[in-house]
Design a protein. Structure first.
Lengths: 372, 475
């Protein structure tokens, strides 16, 4: 090895490590990552106590990770490399046919799936209002034939059969979605259902409650975004797919939305369009997570008051239901801690529907509040 | 801190190299000592105290052995003190919980977890394991023994001795560097661009082994273990898991050794090799002459031979083999499965020595390889699964107490086919042989390209590993 050559090799090594170090130190710190939807670690301050309890070192590690130059590009490079060597599972997301990402459902832990069914049954025993259970199978079940050959995902249909044994009246979301499985009922880059999927879901719910279905021809879908890269896009690191299209079906006119984001009622919107310019576009439906939200429709077709025990799937669903019900209340057990039965009694609710996607339902630890 | 982390690669290492190479020669050992202590204290600052204690005790005992060289009884006593101190250190931090739990299980005697002395709470067991303690206690123990045996000169500079004990390249995962192999280099070593280049290249090879090979195949092992938990493990899945684990531990460990050897070389140290294509061995004995060689030779030099080795007849040799392999197993971890794993190899080595020797001589090479691989990979089952009952169930599945295969296995095979092929090739000397045949010019061009590529791809994998999306997934 000649001296010149050895120096060249040494230079490559040092320039790569040192270069990225200097780049990172010079780069202004980012506050948050939109792709990951979280705040990022800022430059830690050296203190004696921080060193002694090790928190300073932990912060330095997070800082280097979070503020690493070209972070998203590195992740994309890894996903590409994995694709190249035949991988189909990326951070628990399957890359499937038709440019579709589908989240793998793992078996539930601690018997939570069993316990949570019990909490719904307990709610039904505490109130005179009829309680319906609506479990939405995720794309991993409805679109199982899109998964790669042999790809595992927990059997949600078997679980729905188990749910039927509780004796609670069920909303047959599975049947409605399966019947339309060939249509774009889920986003390809996000774990939620599309407005079309929610439309079929709304009819399944109305059917269970003995109401007339809505007609697709009564709606004129508006394209809200053609550039929607959802949660699965972020989680998988696969950034090469065509973005999803997001639609608003229900017109805002005639609907009043009230949100309890900070404990007191304030006017809100059916579609918070400010989210359309951000990463988290699905949150434009009702403006995303909140303890309590009520949609009122004075010209509702059938009238009555519906209480939804919600997860985020309900945000796309509720606008449809407001076509039939005069009031749709969405209550989120993560933030709203007063007894749901009491809420139903105080607000003259006619029916309670616990509507959850199966992956959320079998991992949620807040349903215990229903039993209060 | 581990080598395969962004903090090490893009903060600690560049700064360390900068400070080290900018400082004058006579300061460099001190610099190395200081940065190594920083490296060691990064995860658990308190444990730097143990490091200081260890340096102080072994340093003074080396001097005392030298001082009383003419009084053999005294010299031996100081060697014994050093050995006892190191074993107590290891016993307390690594095996304390194991001893307390087993004492309780056997006799019902309960040792309190803490005692109060002069108002201070002193833990008796259940303390977190200081990283690398298994490695540096063995290194320092061999130092006093070597000084006594006149295999190594005594070290009079506490800084140089401290540099030897704490040297960050091999501090936490070996190879176990015997003092005599670096004694001269501690005083005088060559810092050259050639050493740097060779070391950097070796480091890149190790990094790629760890990040690209070991980490990816480790995920397959996790999947197979999860399948066992879910009751869906098959015969094929079981073997796939064992193979995955065997590759993971080999590439993880040998990758780490490569990085250590490479970093050592950058600083001018020549560490001994730790692995020599162990999965190409054609007998269990040969496997152990190729796997974690610095540990096997440590046990040979400081336990097996002092016990009498194989010179005392069959019965004594068997006894010595059992003792050595009990210790080797136990060294790997404070739990019964590791002991069992060690004894499992003792049994095979004794069998090979006294029963199979003639049979193996007549066996075709391919069958011998297969036999060795099966013994070793079944051994990994014992090694990997701490719970003995679960381990038994897993191995039973491998040997037929489960369906033959499932669609999920085929998905895994398809997902890992390329990785597995790469692992098989990388586990043999094939790559090296091809490389050696390259014309000199091609080698000169390919080396920097491959180094840069491995750095770039490893960085991508490491950044992604830290990729921790907090999604609006739950609602």
């Amino acid at each position: 090895m000649s001296k010149r050559y050895a120096r060249a090799i040494t230079a490559i090594f040092c320039l790569f490590l040192g270069g990225l170090m200097v780049w990172q130190l010079l780069l202004p710190d980012r506050e948050r990552s939109d792709v990951e939807n979280r705040t990022l670690q800022q430059r830690p301050v050296l203190t004696l106590s921080g060193v002694l309890d090790g928190s300073f070192m932990e912060d330095v590690e997070s800082y280097v990770q979070d503020q690493f130059p070209l972070r998203d590009q590195w992740t994309g490079l890894k996903a590409r490399a994995e694709q190249l060597i035949g991988k189909r599972l990326f951070n628990n997301i399957y890359l499937c046919e038709d440019e579709t990402l589908i989240s793998k459902v793992d078996p539930p832990a601690d018997g939570l799936e069993e316990t949570n069914l019990g909490y719904i049954a307990q709610l039904a025993g505490k109130t005179d209002v009829p309680v319906y259970l609506g479990l939405i199978p995720s794309a991993a079940e409805v679109w199982r034939d899109k998964l790669p050959y042999g790809a595992e995902s927990w059997d949600q249909n078997a679980y729905l059969a188990q749910a039927a044994e509780t004796g609670l009246p069920l909303i047959d979301f599975a049947g409605a979605l399966t019947a339309h499985a060939s249509e774009p009922i889920f986003y390809r880059t996000d774990h939620h259902w599309t407005s079309l999927g929610a439309f079929y879901g709304a009819n399944a719910l109305l059917d269970s409650l003995g109401r007339e279905p809505l007609k697709a021809e009564d709606f004129t879908p508006e394209t809200a975004s053609e550039d929607f890269n959802g949660t699965l896009y972020s989680q998988s690191g696969i950034h090469s797919l065509t973005p999803d299209t997001m639609e608003y079906w229900v017109e805002e006119d005639g609907l009043t939305v009230t949100s309890w984001r900070s404990g007191s009622p304030e006017p809100a919107q059916l579609y918070d369009r400010s989210y359309l310019t951000e990463k988290d576009k699905y949150s434009s439906f009702l403006g995303g997570n909140q303890p309590l939200c009520v949609i009122r429709n004075e010209n509702a077709r059938d009238g009555g008051k519906l209480l939804l025990i919600r997860d985020s799937y309900s945000d796309a669903l509720a606008p449809f239901l407001a076509q039939s019900f005069a009031e749709v209340h969405l209550l989120d057990l993560r933030y709203y801690r007063l007894p749901a039965a009491q809420y139903a009694a105080e607000n003259g609710i006619d029916a309670i529907c616990a509507v959850y996607s199966v992956p959320n339902f079998i991992t949620d630890r807040n349903l215990v509040f229903l039993a209060q | 801190m581990v080598f395969s982390s962004l903090t090490f690669l893009f903060l600690y290492l560049p700064l360390t190299l900068l400070v080290y190479f900018l400082s004058p020669l006579r300061w460099r050992n001190f610099i190395l000592l200081a940065v190594s202590l920083l490296f060691y204290g990064w995860g658990e600052p308190v444990y730097i105290v143990i490091m200081f204690l260890s340096i102080a005790i072994d340093y003074t005992h080396g001097l005392l052995v030298e001082k009383y060289r003419d009084n053999d009884r005294k010299a031996r006593w100081f060697v014994a003190q050093s050995v006892i101190f190191n074993l107590l250190l290891l016993g307390f931090f690594k095996y304390g919980t194991f001893f307390a739990e087993n004492l309780y299980a056997l006799t019902g005697l309960q040792i309190p977890q803490h005692i109060q002395v002069l108002g201070l709470t002193i833990p008796l067991w259940g303390v977190p394991l200081p990283i690398g303690i298994s490695f540096y206690t063995f290194q320092t123990m061999s130092y006093t023994i070597d000084v006594y045996r006149k295999d190594a000169p005594v070290q009079r500079s506490v800084v140089d001795f401290g540099t030897f004990v704490t040297m960050f390249p091999q501090l936490i995962a070996g190879p176990i560097v015997q003092y005599k192999t670096v004694a001269a280099e501690l005083v005088r070593r060559v810092h050259s661009s050639e050493n740097f280049a060779v070391g950097a290249r070796r480091f890149c090879v190790g990094l790629a082994k760890k990040v690209l090979l070991a980490n990816s195949i480790g995920a397959l092992w996790d999947e197979c273990l999860a399948a066992q938990g879910a009751g869906t493990l098959t015969v094929l899945g079981g073997w796939l898991g064992l193979i995955a684990y065997g590759f993971q531990i080999y590439f993880d460990f040998s990758g780490y050794s490569d990085m250590a050897i490479g970093l050592g070389r950058i600083f001018g140290f020549y560490f001994d090799e730790n692995f020599a294509h162990p999965y190409c061995a054609d007998s269990v004995g040969s496997f152990w002459r190729r796997w974690h060689m610095s540990l096997t030779s440590w046990f040979r030099d400081y336990l097996y031979i002092p016990l009498g080795g194989n010179r005392g007849g069959t019965a004594k040799t068997i006894r010595n083999l059992i003792i050595v392999w009990f210790c080797t197993g136990f060294w790997h971890g404070a739990s019964w499965n590791f002991v069992l794993w060690g004894l499992y190899f003792a049994a095979w080595l004794i069998l090979e020595r006294y029963v199979l020797r003639n049979v193996l001589e007549k066996t075709p090479a391919a069958v011998k390889h297969l036999y060795t691989l099966i013994v070793v990979f079944v051994g990994w089952g014992l090694f990997a699964i701490v719970d003995l009952r679960q381990c038994g169930d897993y191995l039973a599945a491998c040997f037929g107490a489960a369906p033959l295969w499932s669609a999920a296995d085929l998905f895994r095979l398809a997902s890992y086919a390329v990785t597995l092929t790469a692992l098989v090739i990388a586990a043999t000397p094939l790559g090296q042989r091809l490389w050696a045949r390259l014309p000199a010019k091609a080698d000169r061009v390919a080396t920097p390209i491959l180094m840069a590529a491995s750095l770039v791809v490893c960085t991508a994998y490491l950044v992604d590993g830290s990729y921790n999306p907090f999604l609006y997934f739950r609602f």
